[in-house]
Design a protein around this ligand. Structure first.
Ligand code: ATP
Length: 444
C-alpha cells in the first residue's frame, strides 16, 4: 500500500513538473534555446515574463543581502578569467565529476548520480570512472597557446577573493563584512537536466562573509538560518524546505561545515543553496599563489590575521524553478479547473493588470490613466482582449496578484474593482486610493 501511495505521489509530482514546464513555455516564462534550429540540449531562454521573474528573484536576494545591511557590499567581477585563479583555487585539479561510459549503450554518466545502473539501457557494466573537469576552457585573443588560455568561471566566488584587498582598501570595512555578487556561471555538466535545475549556463547569487576565525562557527549558524528564512519569507511552504548538514567525514577538504538548503523538487529533496564555513582556505591559497597579502590588520588589537569565510551560495535560476513549482496550484470551481501561480507579489512578473471592461475609447482612456499611476510603483499589464473572465484566468495563470477593472460605473463613481488572485474576492476602491491601498499589500 505504502509503495502504491509513493508511486502515485511520484507520478503526481512528475505531472506537476510537466504542467509547470508547459505553462512556462505557453505563457512566455522559459523557452527552449535555439528552438527554431531544433533546440540546444538543456539550454533555455528566459522570455518576457521569465526574465522579469528571474530579475525579481535576484532583486530580492540583493535587497536582503546588500541593500538592507550595512556589513555587505556588492561586486560584479569578470566571467573570463586566467588559469592562475583556478590553479590557486584548486578548480583546475579538483573541480571534476567522475565520468563513466555504459559498456552496452555507450551512454555517458556521472557515476555518483546513477547508483550503478545505466538510466538508458539498465546495464550495470561501466568503464572505470575518469575525472572530468567541468570548466569551459577557451582562448582569449587571436593567438593560440598556453598564454591565451582563459576559463569561463564555474562560480562567482573567486571574484570576491581576488578583490578582497581592493574592497577592504576602498570601502572602510572590517570583519565581519561580506562581498556579494550575482552573475552567470558555466559548468560543462556531464548530465544536465531536470528542466532548469541543472544547466551548463546558469546564474548564481553568492556572498563571501569575512569574519575573525574565532567567530566563524557563530556566523556560519547565523547564515544558515538567514538563508533558510529567505525562502520561507518569499513563500516556499515550510514542509517543502529542509536543512541538510553534511557529516564531518563528507566535508570537502576546505570546509569546516556545510549545510545544504534543500527544496522538495518533483524527484525528491535536492539542493537549492549551500552554506559553508570555508575557513581561511581561499584567502590563504590566493595569497600563497599571488604573493599578495590577503589579511586584515586590526589596529585596535594590533594583530594581523587571515579572516575565515562563510559562504552562502545559491542558484538564481534554480531558486526561480522552486518558486514556480511551489506556487503552482489548481482549483476546482464547480468542475472548471482554475490554474493559478500563487507567487509572492514581490516575485510575480506582473503585479497589477489593468483591464478596461470594454474596448470603447471612453473606458480605455481612463483605464490608461489608472495604468500610468500604477506603473510608477508596480509592474503592470494592460489587456483589452477577450471576455473579462478569460482575462482574469490568464492573469491567474501567470501569477498576477491583482486585477483592476475599469467599468462604466468608474466614470461616475471614480472607483475601480480590484480582484484578488488567491481569494478571487472583489472590492471597490476609489481611484485616488488605489496606489496607496495596493502598496500597503506588498511587503518590501
Ligand atoms: P550540485 O551538487 O547540484 O552539482 P554544487 O554543490 O556543485 O551543486 P555549488 O558549487 O555549491 O553547487 O553551487 C551553488 C549553487 O549554484 C547550487 O546550490 C545551485 O543552486 C547552483 N548551481 C550549481 N550548479 C548548477 C547548475 N549546473 N545549474 C543550475 N544551478 C546550479
Amino acid at each position: 500500500m505504502d509503495e502504491l501511495v509513493e508511486n502515485l505521489d511520484a507520478a503526481k509530482a512528475q505531472e506537476k513538473l510537466e504542467k509547470v514546464t508547459s505553462l512556462c513555455k505557453r505563457r512566455g516564462f522559459i523557452f527552449p534555446s535555439a528552438e527554431i534550429y531544433g533546440g540546444f540540449r538543456s539550454t533555455y531562454d528566459y522570455g518576457p515574463l521569465g526574465v522579469q521573474m528571474l530579475r525579481n528573484v535576484k532583486d530580492q536576494w540583493w535587497k536582503t543581502m546588500v541593500q538592507f545591511r550595512d556589513d555587505v557590499v556588492g561586486l560584479d567581477a569578470a566571467i573570463l578569467s586566467p588559469p592562475a585563479i583556478w590553479a590557486a583555487s584548486g578548480h583546475l585539479e579538483t573541480f571534476t565529476d567522475p565520468l563513466v561510459d555504459c559498456k552496452k549503450c555507450q551512454g555517458r554518466w556521472r557515476e555518483d548520480k546513477i547508483n550503478g545502473v545505466c538510466p538508458t539501457c539498465g546495464s550495470t557494466t561501466f568503464t572505470e570512472p575518469r575525472a572530468f573537469n567541468l570548466m569551459f576552457k577557451t582562448q582569449a585573443g587571436p593567438v593560440e597557446g598556453d598564454g591565451a588560455t582563459a576559463y569561463l568561471r564555474p562560480e562567482t566566488a573567486q571574484g570576491m577573493f581576488t578583490n578582497f584587498s581592493n574592497v577592504l582598501n576602498t570601502m572602510r570595512k572590517k570583519p565581519p563584512f561580506g562581498i556579494a555578487q550575482i552573475g552567470k556561471s558555466f559548468r560543462n555538466e556531464i548530465t544536465p537536466g531536470n528542466y532548469v535545475f541543472r544547466t551548463r549556463e546558469f546564474e548564481q547569487m553568492e556572498m563571501e562573509f569575512f569574519v575573525p576565525p574565532e567567530d566563524a562557527e557563530t556566523w556560519y549558524r547565523y547564515w544558515v538560518e538567514e538563508r533558510f528564512n529567505w525562502y520561507l519569507d518569499l513563500g516556499i511552504h515550510p514542509d517543502h524546505l529542509r536543512k541538510n548538514e553534511a557529516a564531518p567525514e563528507d566535508l570537502a577538504h576546505y570546509s569546516r561545515g556545510t549545510t545544504d538548503i534543500e527544496f522538495l523538487f518533483p524527484w525528491g529533496f535536492d539542493e537549492l543553496e549551500g552554506v559553508a564555513n570555508r575557513g581561511d582556505f581561499d584567502l590563504s591559497a590566493h595569497a600563497a599563489a599571488s604573493g599578495e597579502r590577503l589579511e586584515y590588520f586590526d589596529q585596535g588589537l594590533n594583530i594581523r590575521y587571515t579572516p575565515f569565510v562563510i559562504e552562502p551560495a545559491a542558484g538564481a535560476t534554480r531558486a526561480m524553478m522552486a518558486f514556480l513549482l511551489d506556487a503552482y496550484d489548481e482549483e476546482d470551481l464547480d468542475g472548471d479547473v482554475r490554474s493559478v501561480l500563487r507567487l509572492d507579489p514581490r516575485l510575480a512578473p506582473v503585479q497589477v493588470a489593468v483591464l478596461p471592461l470594454s474596448k470603447k475609447p471612453e473606458l480605455e482612456e481612463p483605464a490608461r490613466k489608472v495604468l500610468r499611476a500604477l506603473q510608477s510603483v508596480f509592474r503592470c499589464d494592460f489587456d483589452t482582449t477577450q471576455s473579462i473572465g478569460k482575462r482574469y484566468r490568464r492573469q491567474d495563470e501567470i501569477g498576477t496578484p491583482w486585477c483592476v477593472t475599469v467599468d462604466f460605473d468608474s466614470l461616475d463613481d471614480h472607483a475601480v474593482t480590484v480582484r484578488d488572485r488567491d481569494s478571487m474576492e472583489q472590492q471597490r476602491i476609489a481611484i485616488d486610493q488605489l496606489v496607496a491601498t495596493l502598496v500597503a499589500s506588498v511587503q518590501r
